[in-house]
Design a protein around this ligand. Structure first.
Ligand code: DC
Length: 237
């Protein structure tokens, strides 16, 4: 894969986008960009400022003072900086998830973060995951995948991930949070979560992680092998 290519992976919270996308990026030599982390960073800034996260005016007033940077460390891991401070771990807290969902519904926030996402795709071959990558951020992506799983299965995975970290979380509460975010992300006016017309649907409800990885890798291979073959036919090589 010599030319710069972009792969958009969209889908609801907890569908396994980031784990799968990160693994595929490593396997195929792409940069992995987790765009949810950028919205989470704005969500954290709003929490810290103590403002109403749903108020367009209040959040918009905060934006000029925010310096949000996405950096990659030596291990190739994406880190988020908020005004110079590494907040990559802090933005994973449950209250930040809800704040991210709130601020991400605001058009001013989406516009503010658009260029950062697009410039990554201009400068690297990327696998970018989010909610509107295939529909808004990279409408010309070479491959678009809509990755989903039932809300119940996503909640079950989340509870089990937390258990692995020694955190015991109530399934019903996690399911309710997942449904709340789905509802909010799918029904907002600006860039709602939806499958792009030309996206491939990958439902992982009954797939293990390894099976999901194999399915996504297959899609990537098929798409880029076809592209390579077409190029070779055109150039007669
Ligand atoms: O993927 P995530 O759970 O880390 O995303 C956090 C929130 O950010 C999610 O509720 C919706 C929002 N988001 C978005 O609106 N657009 C994106 N491209 C990525 C995330």
């Amino acid at each position: 894969m010599n030319d710069r290519v972009s792969i958009a992976i969209d889908g609801p919270s907890g569908a396994g986008k980031s784990t799968l996308a990160r693994r595929c990026a490593a396997a195929f030599g792409f940069l992995y960009a987790d765009t949810g982390a950028i919205y989470r960073t704005v969500g954290l800034a709003a929490i810290r400022a103590g403002i109403d996260r749903r108020s367009g005016a209040a959040v918009e007033a905060l934006l000029p003072d925010l310096k949000i940077e996405m950096k990659y460390n030596e291990e190739g891991e994406q880190r988020m900086l908020l005004n110079g401070e590494d907040v990559s771990d802090m933005i994973r807290m449950p209250e930040v998830s809800l704040a991210a969902s709130d601020v991400s519904a605001l058009p001013a926030v989406r516009t503010f973060l658009m260029e950062m996402q697009r410039s990554l795709a201009r400068n690297h071959s990327v696998i970018m995951d989010g909610r509107d990558i295939g529909t808004v951020v990279l409408p010309d992506a070479d491959l678009k995948v809509f990755l989903t799983a039932s809300a119940e299965e996503r909640a079950r995975r989340r509870v089990s991930q937390l258990l692995d970290k020694g955190i015991c979380e109530d399934y019903v509460k996690v399911l309710a949070e997942i449904r709340y975010r789905d509802e909010q992300d799918m029904n907002r006016e600006t860039a709602p979560l939806k499958q792009a017309d030309d996206a491939v649907l990958l439902d992982t409800t009954s797939l293990s992680f390894e099976e999901s990885f194999a399915a996504l890798s297959q899609l990537i291979l098929e798409r880029f092998c076809i592209r390579q073959a077409e190029k070779e036919i055109k150039t007669g090589r």
